[in-house]
Design a binder for this molecule. Structure first.
Ligand SMILES: Nc1ncnc2c1ncn2[C@@H]1O[C@H](COP(=O)(O)OP(=O)(O)OP(=O)(O)O)[C@@H](O)[C@H]1O
Ligand SMILES: [Mg+2]
Length: 258
């Protein structure tokens, strides 16, 4: 997979070891994501998927013990979370925080402004316009406070809106499908496929095959024991999902590429 890529990967994670609260959660993670590729990351609860995602965004609670993260060929281990966002790395948290007093529209405008765009209001409108009908979003939703008085699925919809407004080079979506109903997951699939066509790369963390089905991702990886223990390409996905259902994750205990 990665060895044969002719062009430089957008994101390269090289032998990364991570600690959280003094606990070694990730132990030698390797991953390469090319332009416009969708990679699915699966693994049992507590296996470190969110920890790995947070480290790419530069989350302060996660400490890099060894290894490197490269974004467009540049080592970003020491880059601040804000600079990572500005350079095109977007993370949708598994549990997005509530920001009382800030509306979804104000948050989105603020994040587009932070990208250094000259007319952020017009640009925000332009970025959101193709996606609002797909997501069936109306004005009242945009005026809600971020994650306050929102249902589980609405919180995830708000994350998707922030994603399309940020228009990143790579988006890491941590359980974006959790709490979303099936029609909403279908909407998310449409949005993500459109962004993929425009060249956005994705790491999508999920426990469910529904979103995978709507996305037809390029690769699927399984994290276990702090490492990727299995990577499969688009053709072998159905087999992997069946195997997870039948045997769980612990049968994937050595690195194997299908
Ligand atoms: N805020 C935290 N502080 C300290 N340790 C944490 C924290 N959050 C998670 N951990 C620990 O880090 C390890 C990895 O957790 P992580 O959240 O990355 O797993 P995950 O694969 O995303 O799981 P899930 O599928 O349940 O979301 C677990 O042992 C967990 O207990
Ligand atoms: Mg998680």
């Amino acid at each position: 997979m990665s060895e044969t890529k002719a062009v430089k990967p957008v994101l390269k994670i090289s032998n990364l070891s991570l600690e959280r609260d003094k606990k070694n959660v990730i132990k030698g993670l390797n991953l390469e994501i090319g332009k416009g590729e969708i990679h699915i990351l699966m693994g049992k609860n507590g296996s470190g998927k969110s920890t790995a995602a947070l480290s790419v965004a530069g989350y302060p609670g996660v400490e890099i013990k060894s290894g490197k993260i490269f974004f467009n060929g540049k080592n970003i281990n020491e880059m601040s979370p804000v600079d990572r966002f500005k350079s095109g790395i977007f993370l949708a948290f598994q549990n997005p925080p509530m920001i009382e007093g800030l509306t979804v529209s104000a948050l989105i405008r603020r994040s587009v402004s932070s990208l250094g765009i000259l007319s952020p209001i017009a640009e925000t409108k332009k970025r959101l316009a193709p996606f609002l009908p797909i997501l069936k979003i109306d004005e009242s939703f945009l005026e809600k406070q971020v994650n306050k008085d929102m249902s589980g699925g609405e919180k995830k919809k708000s994350e998707i809106l922030q994603l399309v407004a940020a228009d990143p080079k790579i988006a890491i979506l941590d359980e974006i499908d959790s709490g979303a109903d099936i029609p909403t997951i279908k909407q998310f699939g449409k949005v993500l496929n459109l962004l993929k066509k425009r060249g956005t790369s994705f790491i999508i963390i999920t426990h469910y095959e529904k979103l995978i089905k709507y996305l037809a991702p390029d690769y699927i990886h399984i994290l276990n024991g702090g490492k990727i223990v299995f990577s499969g390409d688009v053709k072998s996905q159905a087999g992997i999902l069946k195997r997870i259902e039948k045997e769980g994750f612990d049968s994937f205990n050595e690195k194997r590429t299908q």
